[in-house]
Write a protein that binds this ligand. Structure first.
Ligand code: UDP
Length: 472
């Protein structure tokens, strides 16, 4: 029997992208796929659907199915808190929708759903799957290291250890398969960070639910697919308890969908003009351009944009800068006029990172951005904002050594002098720069080997699909 996967996504770009790419691979393997997310996320994805490497017209893809909730983007309100509250408020409604989709005898003439794959932050999906007796897997959209951290936090007594040492933020934790990590570098939800406390309650609650609910994936009776690859986090993959069934299948690329939700008009105009930024990159020699972008959620404050502007002017290097939202503090007219810099409000990041002209990525180290940079061999300068990003940047700087962590001031702002120093380290001729660039090249090769035919992630995915086919 041909399997029919229902893919359910927490509707943010960083979950949509890898899940869409997983959908492509499942369809390629001959399965049926139904992809579901929120109405608003769908609106954001489609203005530039031509940019998506997604087989929407393939007979094995069912139309997208929407959950009847708003995610706060609908009314143009980008108050982060509002975007996240809907999960709690509309959960029962979503559960109902999911139940009727997942138990339908057929969907658009395709067979009934046989398997559910869902991303993190929506633990109610696994409750519904369990109720209906459907097998399921979680797609973990952060590094495996983070899975290990959360797992040990909820199951291994680390909660108490962190609580009793949180006054000493440099206190180092030793987790199986993970390099020693200081409390300050743990995901932001686990450490006291007053500026992020309003999100902490919601998110930590969702993680807790995932990791402690016996009926959900965190009960670990199912499979955890990870958007990472074995070589990158072999310590974690080899030390994590085999019964947890944690399987690397990444990097799940290309991810070229689009966030049209924040500034719909501008973004649609600019992203349709893909050529403008690709043509800009075409003008520069290999590894010469600085690419700055901070994902789909974070906005930089005025003071930070001013410091970026100064650093870009002083560095004298060409740059492509994605500025989302208001351009407050952005002062680079002089450079833009001279043609050495380009400001845009969105781009197809995987295309940009894989362009040979790009020599450095100044990033918030969101997991997709980090993995896309790794897969393209581009060294990073990390400026983490929240969630897993503070841990990811430590992995880049200290473990994979394919980039550096930028030091911010006590006010959380990265000064232009420090950014210039980082740029010189990463792009200059010094020993450290050479080492970083060599490592970036090495990781690119390993990433590509893992997904090519017969590579570790490729085989893992094939075996996963075969095992399901045997059991359904
Ligand atoms: N992205 C993009 N164009 C942009 C900015 C971001 O295509 O101008 C994509 C990027 O390639 C990545 C996703 O949006 O796949 C952002 O995910 P990430 O995990 O890096 O950060 P988050 O958005 O969750 O903060």
């Amino acid at each position: 029997m041909v399997d029919h996967f229902l893919l359910v996504c927490y509707p943010v770009q960083s979950h949509i992208n890898p899940l869409l790419n997983l959908a492509c691979r499942l369809v390629h393997a001959g399965a049926y796929v139904t992809f579901s997310t929120s109405i608003a996320a769908h609106k954001r994805m489609f203005p530039a659907s031509s940019m998506l490497d997604f087989p929407f017209n393939d007979p094995h893809i069912s139309h997208l199915i929407y959950f009847p909730y708003s995610d706060g983007y609908d009314d143009g309100n980008n108050e982060t808190k509002q975007q996240f509250n809907y999960f709690l408020e509309t959960r029962d409604m979503c559960r109902c929708s999911l139940r009727s989709i997942a138990s339908a005898p057929s969907i658009d003439g395709r067979p009934a759903i046989t398997f559910i794959i869902y991303t993190i932050m929506i633990p109610w999906v696994s409750e519904v799957a369990a109720e209906l007796g459907l097998p399921m897997a979680l797609l973990w959209t952060q590094p495996a290291t983070l899975f290990s951290i959360y797992y040990h936090y909820f199951h291994g007594g680390y909660k108490e250890l962190i609580a009793s040492n949180c006054d000493d933020q440099s206190y180092s934790l030793q987790l199986p398969g993970v390099s020693p990590i200081s409390i300050r570098d743990l995901p932001s939800y686990l450490v006291p960070k007053p500026e992020l406390d309003k999100f902490k309650e919601v998110f930590l609650g969702l993680f807790e639910e995932m990791f402690l609910n016996e009926r959900t994936t965190a009960g670990f009776h199912e499979i955890v697919l990870v958007n990472s690859f074995h070589d990158l986090e072999h310590g974690v993959f080899t030390s994590i308890d085999a019964k947890l069934n944690v399987i690397p299948i990444g990097p799940l690329l290309p991810s070229s969908s689009i966030d049209g939700g924040i500034l719909p008009e501008n973004i649609v105009k600019e992203t349709n003009d893909v050529k403008a930024y690709m043509e800009f990159l075409n003008r520069w020699p290999a590894n010469s351009v600085i690419y700055l972008s901070f994902g789909s959620i974070s906005f930089m404050k005025k003071e930070q944009n001013t410091e970026f502007s100064l650093a870009l002017r002083d560095s004298g290097r060409p740059y492509l800068w994605v500025v989302r939202g208001a351009k407050e503090g952005v002062e680079v007219n002089e450079n833009v006029e001279k043609g050495t810099g380009l400001l845009i409000s969105w781009c197809s990041q995987v295309d940009v990172l894989s362009h040979s002209a790009v020599g450095c990525f100044v990033t918030h180290c969101g997991w997709n951005s980090t993995l896309e940079s790794i897969a393209s061999g581009v060294p990073m300068i990390g400026l983490p904002q929240w969630s897993d990003q503070s841990t990811n940047v430590e992995l880049v700087d200290g473990t994979w050594k394919n980039g550096v962590k930028a030091k911010v001031g006590e006010d959380g702002v990265l000064r232009s002098s420090e950014l210039c120093r980082c740029l010189e380290t990463v792009m200059g001729d010094g020993e450290r720069g050479n080492e970083i660039r060599e490592n970036a090249k090495m990781w690119k090769e390993k990433a590509s080997m893992s997904v090519m035919d017969g590579g570790s992630s490729d085989l893992n995915l094939i075996n996963f699909i075969k095992d399901i086919a045997k059991s359904t």
